[in-house]
Design a protein around this ligand. Structure first.
Ligand code: 13P
Length: 252
């Protein structure tokens, strides 16, 4: 059975003091209970301070992005090894805000996934359709293209550290959560693609999280779906109570 994962993507929010207080509250709420994986992904400058606040708890640390080269002349970028040294075990890759606001392409995302996995991180690969794509019935074509492009060339061992997050762009930060049926349908399609491309073992083992307006209230029904293996949480991860309510929902 796939273990559930609830990850908080804090995006470009929090002061240093807010970040450490939030991390400490999440660490206290989760303690050493690891029935469900829990991770928080603060902004880069707070990684080490948040990592310190998580010490002794089962909460993992993640970054919101990573560069696709291991080192060198890439002004402003952060390498996977630097993230690992800051205590990160996860890196979010290909978030829709990076794809659509910052123009990140499928090829760069594939490169990032490779480098992050080669350096030992777990990659949380984000994918999902825009509203215009859904309205035109194109979502499955988009899923196919994004999964195929991002996962090209991965080894079986690397797949063991890949997490996929289905985040419909129309649901992110809008309060318009996908229905449990819409989420299940998308996740089942993505898992079917993994099965067709990479076989049963990888399809059955890869966690697929749902993201987009997840709250403590709607999490339970989403997480009950057979192919929904957890949540990638934006807004609701900025308050300990709402984030911990989602963790509690994932525990069932
Ligand atoms: P919201 O939960 O704020 O909709 O954000 C989802 C998201 O983008 C997580 O990566």
């Amino acid at each position: 059975m796939r273990k559930k994962l609830v990850a908080g993507n804090w995006k470009m929010n929090t002061t240093r003091a807010e970040a450490t207080a939030l991390a400490a509250a999440v660490a206290k709420g989760v303690g050493t209970d690891d029935r469900v994986g829990v991770a928080v992904c603060p902004p880069f400058p707070w990684l080490t301070a948040v990592g310190d606040a998580l010490t002794g708890s089962a909460v993992a640390l993640g970054a919101q992005d990573v560069h696709y080269e291991k080192k060198g002349a890439f002004t402003g970028e952060v390498s996977p090894a630097m993230l690992a040294e800051c205590g990160c075990t996860y890196a979010i890759i290909g978030h829709s805000e990076r794809r659509h606001i910052l123009g990140e392409a499928d090829s760069a995302i594939n490169h990032k996934v490779h480098t992050a996995l080669e350096e030992g991180l777990h990659a949380i690969l984000c994918m999902g359709e825009t509203l215009a794509e859904r309205e035109r019935g194109l979502q499955e074509r988009v899923f196919q293209r994004q999964v195929y492009a991002a996962c090209a060339g991965l080894t079986d061992e690397q797949f063991g550290r890949l997490v996929i997050a289905y985040e419909p762009v129309w649901a992110i930060g809008t309060g318009k959560v996908a229905t449990p049926e819409q989420a299940q349908e998308a996740h089942a399609f993505v898992r079917g693609k993994l099965r067709a491309l990479y076989g049963d073992k990888i399809a059955d083992a890869t966690p697929i999280l749902y993201g987009g307006s997840v709250t403590g209230e709607n999490a339970r029904d989403l997480l009950k779906q057979p192919d929904v293996d957890g949540a990638l949480v934006g807004g609701a991860s900025l308050k300990p109570d709402s984030f911990l309510a989602i963790v509690a929902a994932a525990r069932g």
